[in-house]
Design a protein around this ligand. Structure first.
Ligand SMILES: Cc1cc2nc3c(=O)[nH]c(=O)nc-3n(C[C@H](O)[C@H](O)[C@H](O)COP(=O)(O)O)c2cc1C
Length: 358
C-alpha cells in the first residue's frame, strides 16, 4: 500500500521540495511520540521482530539489527515513534555544538529511477544545548539510542575537537552510544578529520572525556566513528589503525558518496548520494574493514539497503548491525518488518540448509 498509493501521493505533493514531506512526517511522528495509546497501536501493527534476532554489540543489547541511520531525526523529536515502528536502534542527530540552519532549500533531490537521493542538508539542527534541555522531559525509548555528533559550520577545523567534546558532555546522559560524524560531504573540511593526525587527536580526546564522564566505576559509553565511502583502501587502513589505537568501540560504514557512479541520469546537484547506487561500495568498504579488523571491533553497515536480501548480504559481509535511511523513504516503514522477517526466516532455515548440503 505504501508504494502503490502513499508514496506516489507524497512524492507528487512534495515534487518541488522533497523536504516538505519530511517535515510533515516528522510532525506526525512527534505528535504520536506523546500519545502512548497510539504508540502501542503502531507497535502492535509494525514491530514484531523475532527474539532470536536480538544481539549484543559493543556492550549494548539490540532487539533486532535494523537501525535508523543518522540524519533522519536530527533533533530527536520522534524517537519513541521510530522505536514503535520496529527499529532495533536509532541514531539521532547529527548534532552540532551551535544551532545551525543548514544549506538553503531545496537541498534534497529524489532520483526515483535509481532509488536514490542527493542531499546537501548541511546538518541543520537545534544545537546540543537546546536538544538536551528538551530531552530532559522526554521518556527514553526501550531501544538503544545513539547520538551523532558533528562539527558546527562556524567552528574552524582547528577547533573541531572542542566542538565535539562540548556536544558529548551536553548529551552524555541521553545516549546509549555516540557516533562521531567525520564524513558528511556537506560541511566544508569535515572529511579531513578522517586523516590520521586529526582523527587521532579527535578520538583520543573524545575517548578520554567519555571515560571521565563515566567516572571511575562505570564503563564509558561506546564511541563510534562514521566514515565516507570515498576513502581509498590505504585511507581506510589509516582509519582502522587510529580506531584500534585510540580504543573506540566501532565503525559505521558508510555515509553518502560524492561520486555519481551507477546513475541513470545525474541531475547535476551538489551533495551526497545515498540509496541503491551506494550499496556495492558500502558493502565493499564493510567487507574490507571486517577483514582487516578480524573481530577486534564491530562494524555497522549502511548504504543502499532496500530489503532483506541487501540486509543479509551486509550481515554476511560481517556487519554486526545495519542502518537504513533512503530505503526507509522509498519503501516506507514496512521495510523494517520485511527485513527482520527475512533475517529471522534465514536464521531458522540456515542450519537445516547446511545439514542438507553436508
Ligand atoms: C536527507 C539525508 C540526511 C542525512 N543526514 C545525515 C547526517 O546528519 N549525518 C550522517 O552521518 N549521515 C546523514 N545521512 C547519511 C545516512 O545516514 C546514510 O549514511 C546514507 O544515506 C547511506 O544510507 P542509505 O543509502 O540507506 O540512505 C543523511 C542522508 C540523507 C538522505
Amino acid at each position: 500500500m505504501y508504494q502503490a498509493i502513499v508514496r506516489p501521493a507524497l512524492f507528487r505533493w512534495s515534487a518541488h521540495d522533497p523536504e516538505i514531506i519530511h517535515h510533515q512526517m516528522m510532525a506526525a511522528m512527534e505528535l504520536a511520540a506523546h500519545l502512548p495509546p497510539l504508540l502501542r497501536v503502531i507497535q502492535a501493527v509494525s514491530a514484531d521482530a523475532d527474539p532470536k534476532l536480538a544481539r549484543q554489540v559493543f556492550g549494548l543489547r539490540f532487539p533486532n539489527p535494523v537501525g535508523l541511520a543518522g540524519g533522519f531525526d536530527k533533533n530527536g523529536r520522534a524517537l519513541a515513534t521510530l522505536a514503535a515502528l520496529g527499529f532495533g536502534f536509532i541514531e539521532a542527530g547529527g548534532v552540532t555544538r551551535f544551532a545551525q540552519a543548514g544549506q538553503p532549500r531545496p537541498r534534497i533531490f529524489r532520483l526515483p529511477a535509481d532509488g536514490a537521493l542527493i542531499n546537501r542538508m548541511g546538518l541543520p539542527n537545534e544545537g546540543a544545548e537546546a536538544i538536551a534541555q528538551r530531552l530532559l522531559s522526554q521518556p527514553r525509548p526501550a531501544v538503544p539510542i545513539g547520538w551523532q555528533l558533528a562539527k558546527s559550520k562556524v567552528t574552524p577545523l582547528a577547533d573541531a575537537t572542542e566542538d565535539y567534546l562540548y556536544s558529548l558532555r551536553t548529551l552524555y546522559p541521553f545516549a546509549d552510544y555516540f557516533t562521531l560524524n567525520v564524513s558528511s560531504p556537506n560541511t566544508p573540511g569535515l572529511r579531513q578529520l578522517q586523516e590520521r593526525g586529526p582523527l587521532t587527536e579527535l578520538l583520543t580526546a573524545v575517548v578520554t572525556e567519555a571515560q571521565r564522564l563515566a567516572g571511575p566505576h562505570l564503563r564509558p559509553k561506546p564511541i563510534l566513528v562514521k566514515i565516507a565511502p570515498d576513502l581509498s583502501e590505504s585511507a581506510l587502513d589509516d582509519v582502522l589503525a587510529v580506531a584500534l589505537a585510540t580504543g573506540i568501540s566501532g565503525l559505521i560504514a558508510t555515509n553518502t558518496t560524492v561520486t555519481r557512479e551507477g546513475l541513470h541520469a545525474d541531475p547535476g546537484e551538489a551533495g551526497g548520494l545515498s540509496g541503491r547506487p551506494l550499496f556495492t561500495r558500502s558493502l565493499a568498504v564493510v567487507r574490507h574493514l571486517v577483514r582487516a579488523l578480524d573481530g577486534r571491533l564491530p562494524v555497522i553497515g549502511v548504504g543502499g539497503i532496500f530489503g532483506p536480501d541487501d540486509a543479509r548480504r551486509m550481515l554476511d559481509a560481517g556487519a554486526a548491525l545495519i542502518q537504513i535511511y533512503t530505503g526507509f523513504i522509498y519503501e516506507g516503514p514496512g521495510i523494517i518488518r520485511r527485513i527482520n522477517h527475512g533475517l529471522a526466516a534465514h536464521q531458522t532455515a540456515s542450519p537445516r540448509t547446511q545439514e542438507v548440503s553436508v
